[in-house]
Design a protein around this ligand. Structure first.
Ligand code: PLP
Length: 373
């Protein structure tokens, strides 16, 4: 990074936004012009005023709130950030897609990612015709390689993706290193905190006001257990949120998702109860797996999964587990994850069964030698 590109005071949001987005006149949805109020007769959105064939009272015949205000209020209280700094998407993946649309010019700009990491940063980039530059995490420690990062940054570097806790390695990225990048980079930093509730580290969301170039991603899919609803969260400046609102599809989060999420967020006791169980099960799995002879390493985890290195032929264990009705994630072909499986923390019964099966396989291994294909 040269001097010119490292001072944060140089951050100029509008200069990063693509021309076609700067000049867009957004579609103004019917529900945006007139909010739902009980005593209006709504004949503006071509909805079916008679209702739907559903028998229960809320028949979903009306378009949902395009800005999900009630849900954002709930999230705002839980996360301790203003609801004006929250954007909701159809999963985090929609938000990643929107970020690419706002900032990255196809065939001109590139983004920077730190593999091994979440695959969607690259896939969505490629869909948009945006190059993705890869700087690998350090071996074994899975931390950022700051020197190498500095060397690849150019005027065409628009977005840097950092995932902490990282998927599939499970560890936190050092807070100092994250801060360093956010402060020095004059482009956009996307910090994916999908697993932050399982970590001892604090979310950057409490410091969002200090960093005009930071977009934090969170989700209701993991710790909140609502993967089926598809609700992703961005926490960022009001300016960036305005751009996201401008280009998103008008009704991107369905009525039913908003409604059920609001119900779930009210039940914080059960959320914390599940969270506590996941953390104690993670510890139980960690300790049990470490005792098994074919397990070479269980990497430290700040998430709800464990990256586990098998001494050799991890693929055979993977297949053996499938034969026993257990599906884990095979990460053995990924660079820096040789012979690794990623295992999600399950219920106690599920984890016990998994460990029993891996033990059995391990004992078998002592007697049989598996031939490489
Ligand atoms: C699971 C996960 C997400 C969540 O994606 P959703 O689309 O919100 O379900 C985001 N980032 C990472 C790194 C993940 O592992």
């Amino acid at each position: 990074m040269n001097q010119q590109s490292i001072t944060c005071s140089n951050f100029d949001l509008n200069s990063l936004i693509r021309d076609n987005i700067l000049n867009i006149d957004p579609y103004l949805s019917a529900r945006e012009e007139f909010q739902k109020e009980k005593d209006f007769i709504f004949l503006d959105a071509n909805e079916n005023s008679f209702g739907s064939p559903l028998s229960f009272s809320n028949s979903y015949n009306r378009y949902p709130d395009p800005f999900q205000m009630e849900l954002k209020e709930k999230i705002s209280k839980i996360k301790n950030v203003f609801s004006s700094k929250i954007f909701l998407g159809n999963g985090s993946d929609e938000i990643i897609d929107l970020i690419y649309r706002i900032f990255s010019r196809p065939k001109i700009d590139h983004s920077i990612i730190f593999p091994p990491t979440y695959g969607m940063y690259e896939v969505i980039g490629k869909i948009h015709g945006v190059d993705v530059v890869k700087i690998f995490l350090t071996k074994e420690e899975y931390q950022l390689n700051l020197k190498k990062i500095e060397n690849v940054i150019t005027q065409y570097s628009k977005i840097i993706f950092i995932c902490s806790p990282n998927n599939p390695t499970g560890n936190d990225i050092k807070k100092k290193d994250i801060q360093n990048i956010i402060k020095k980079f004059t482009g956009i930093v996307v910090l994916d905190e999908a697993y932050i509730d399982f970590s001892d580290q604090e979310s950057f969301s409490l410091e969002i006001d200090q960093y005009p170039n930071l977009i934090i991603l969170q989700t209701l899919s993991k710790s909140w257990g609502l993967a089926g609803l598809r609700i992703g969260i961005a926490i960022t400046s009001e300016e960036i949120i305005q751009w996201m609102n401008k280009i998103k599809y008008p009704y991107n989060v369905s009525q039913i998702s908003q409604k059920i999420a609001i119900q779930a967020l009210d039940n914080k006791d059960l959320f914390f109860y599940h969270l506590k169980n996941i953390l104690s099960e993670r510890k139980y799995m960690e300790e049990s797996l470490k005792k098994i002879s074919i397990i070479e390493r269980v990497y430290p985890s700040s998430s709800n999964f464990l990256l586990v290195k098998i001494t050799k032929y991890s693929k055979n264990l993977y297949r053996y587990l499938i034969e026993n009705n257990i599906i884990v994630r095979d990460r053995s072909k990924i660079i820096l994850c040789n012979e690794c499986l990623r295992i999600t923390v399950g219920t106690h019964e599920e984890n016990e069964y998994l460990i029993k099966k891996i033990k059995k396989y391990s004992e078998k291994c002592l007697n049989v030698s598996y031939k490489r294909k």
